[in-house]
Structure formats: C-alpha cells, structure tokens
Design a protein around this ligand. Structure first.
Ligand SMILES: [Fe+2]
Length: 242
C-alpha cells in the first residue's frame, strides 16, 4: 500500500511508463502515462500538483497533458496550482464537455477546470486519444457525475469514480443518476471482460477490498470476480431493458 505521494513506477511492455500514486484525505488515485522519447506526460486527475511536478522534475520530465475523469472538486483539486507553473509549453487540458457544463459547476461538489480540448462522445461510447506513442481509450461513463469518463491503455484501466476495487461510485450527488450509472457499469463490464485480466484496475479512490485490506489497485480479473456492482443482478436487469 503506497504512502501519500509515493509513486509506483513501471514500464509497460510497449515502452510506455505508467506512474500511479495516491494523494489527499480522500485517497485519490492518480495515474500518469509517460512517453519519454517524445516528452509526453499525461496525468489523470492530478491531486497534489506540487508533488507531481517535483517527482517529474527529478526525472527531467514535465506535465504536457491533464486528463480529467470528471470535475468533482477532489479530482480537480490540483488544477489551479498546476497551471500556475511555467513549463515552457502550454498544457493541454482534456475533459468531457458535459463535465464542464456550467449547469453543474454551480454546485459546491464541483470545481471547474479550463479545458483546452473537449471530448463530446455520447454515453457508453469510446473515442481514441493519443499523444506521442501513448494511445488511450476514453469511454463516456456518466451516472456518478456528468461527463464522467474512464481511461484505459498500456496495462491499466483507470476507472475514476465509476468503479472502486470492490464497489461503484455514488449516484446521489448533483448530476448523478442511478439508471445511467448502472448502464455505464454494464458497458464497463463488457469492456473489462475483453481486456487482459492481469491489467490493473486503478480506482478513483483507494477504498477497502473484500478482505478488509486496502490495496492501491486490483487486477481486472479480481475486480470482475469480486466487485459487487459488476456482479449485481441489477446489471442483468439493465441489460434486458436495452
Ligand atoms: Fe467523484
């Protein structure tokens, strides 16, 4: 189990580095994809920007892209400090258009980001995103929050607050919707079944696993087997409605 601000750094067999860390009082999980050859560092939901910048600087790296799963304030907590840095280049900031809709941002649970680029795909569809040799699939999975996306590639499925290791995200915050969440979970389950079972599922928060431990992540195979939402009879009911 990682300490706050500690980084797990490993290189996928395609040469892309994946750094994972846990930060903040809500144990937010952040993932970064790094393509050193092309100088690309894409960070998902950076919580503590100072810690990220410091750790990257030790390796001669700088952030180039920020990718947001959604705009709940704990996921966008690092945005303002991050953009105050002078990296010598513009940061690309990506979020789904529905995640930055002013209708929702007036609620206290949200904190806006100034997206330079928007994903605009409809619910339960994918778009491919790439920078340098980093290639990711962005899936629109609302229900926990408007414009929520999951992000996967290079050995990880970053679930945001759609799925935690053993549970799913809540649906009772502004912009949340139970039926939409279940549809997103059903779609995610189909995706996960098609992925290598040893890829890591990185949750948006590090919560308890089924045995009372608090792992930073579990494998996709473990998650498919034990996550209660992925094994809920509700999913069958949702599927039969589609
Ligand atoms: Fe959230």
């Amino acid at each position: 189990m990682m300490q706050p601000g500690e980084f797990d750094r490993r290189t996928h067999d395609d040469g892309i580095e994946v750094w994972v860390t846990q930060m903040g009082p809500f144990m937010n999980m952040n993932t970064a994809f790094i393509d050193r050859k092309n100088g690309i560092v894409a960070i998902i939901d950076p919580f503590d920007s100072n810690r990220w910048v410091e750790a990257l600087d030790e390796e001669g790296l700088k952030p180039t892209h920020l990718l947001y799963t959604h705009t709940h304030r704990d996921h966008t907590a690092g945005f303002q400090k991050m953009i105050r840095n002078d990296f010598g280049h513009d940061l690309e900031v990506w979020a789904h258009s529905e995640a930055v809709d002013p209708v929702w941002l007036r609620f206290d649970v949200f904190r806006p980001v100034h997206a330079t680029h928007l994903w605009e795909h409809v619910t339960c569809t994918d778009v491919e995103w790439s920078a340098g040799s980093i290639q990711l699939t962005i899936t629109h999975t609302p229900g926990h929050a408007p414009g929520h996306v999951t992000i996967h590639g290079h050995g990880v499925y970053h679930a945001g607050d759609l799925l935690f290791t053993s549970a799913c995200g809540r649906d009772d915050l502004p912009g949340g919707d139970p039926l939409t969440l279940w549809r997103s979970i059903a779609h995610a389950k189909n995706q996960l079944i098609g992925m290598p079972s040893d890829w890591r599922l990185i949750p948006g928060h590090r919560y308890d696993w089924i045995d009372g431990t608090t792992p930073d992540w579990v494998s996709i195979g473990e998650c498919l087997q034990h996550n209660y939402a992925l094994n809920s009879p509700t999913l069958d009911a949702i599927s039969s409605m589609e």
